[in-house]
Design a protein. Structure first.
Length: 223
């Protein structure tokens, strides 16, 4: 009898296990079906990206209507621009120079700088002496003959205005020439425009060299 009861209980337990397993299997199949259905659905469209707003354009800078003017160098004062009654301060006086040419030929002269004054050689300067006995004095500056070292700046300006000499000029012992230097060149050198008297003391020739001995006196031109 006991054995029969145990067998019935075992049968009941076995049936219960089969029912539970079937229920679990059914749930698993349902879950699989739901997952498969979910995977088959199309994904919702992604939100469209909002295009970036264009950066504001930089304001166009218009070129200035007013161009910066390039200042031209000061105009070289001519004799007519200089007052003969102005106060002329002496820049230097009694400066003796010996100007010697390399040969008694054109192009082999010696130049003079009126600002210091000094002989600089070559053919680039305020005054150039070439050839021999008497040779020739060449310049690109306004010049005229004056009565001598005792002449005044006013005499120089008047003679340059009324009776200018033409370069080249032939030097002669005792002659005095008056030169007006360039204001532009003087400003570039950091000095002043000058009136320069050049008196010829002597002219000689030695070993194919022309020798011109001169005395210089100069005044600063007022600004």
């Amino acid at each position: 009898m006991v054995t029969l009861v145990v067998a019935v209980l075992a049968l009941v337990v076995g049936l219960a296990g089969i029912v539970i397993a079937a229920i679990a299997l059914g749930r698993s199949d349902k879950a699989t079906t739901l997952a498969t259905s979910a995977n088959g659905r199309p994904l919702p469209p992604a939100d469209a990206e909002t295009p970036a707003a264009p950066e504001p354009a930089s304001p166009t800078t218009e070129p200035s209507d007013t161009a910066t003017e390039t200042l031209e160098p000061g105009v070289t004062a001519s004799p007519g621009d200089i007052s003969p009654t102005a106060e002329f301060a002496i820049a230097y006086q009694d400066q003796h120079l010996r100007v010697q040419t390399e040969k008694c030929l054109s192009g082999w002269g010696a130049a003079v700088d009126f600002d210091e004054p000094r002989v600089i050689g070559g053919t680039e300067g305020d005054m150039v002496y070439e050839q021999c006995n008497p040779g020739a004095v060449q310049t690109g500056l306004p010049l005229a003959e004056v009565s001598g070292q005792s002449a005044t700046p006013a005499d120089c300006l008047e003679n340059i205005r009324t009776t200018p000499a033409q370069s080249p000029v032939a030097p002669a012992e005792g002659l005095t020439f008056c030169f007006l230097t360039s204001r532009n060149d003087a400003a570039a050198r950091g000095t002043t425009q000058k009136l320069v008297f050049v008196t010829v003391d002597s002219i000689t020739e030695k070993n194919d060299h022309g020798i011109l001995n001169i005395t210089l006196r100069a005044w600063n031109v007022p600004e």
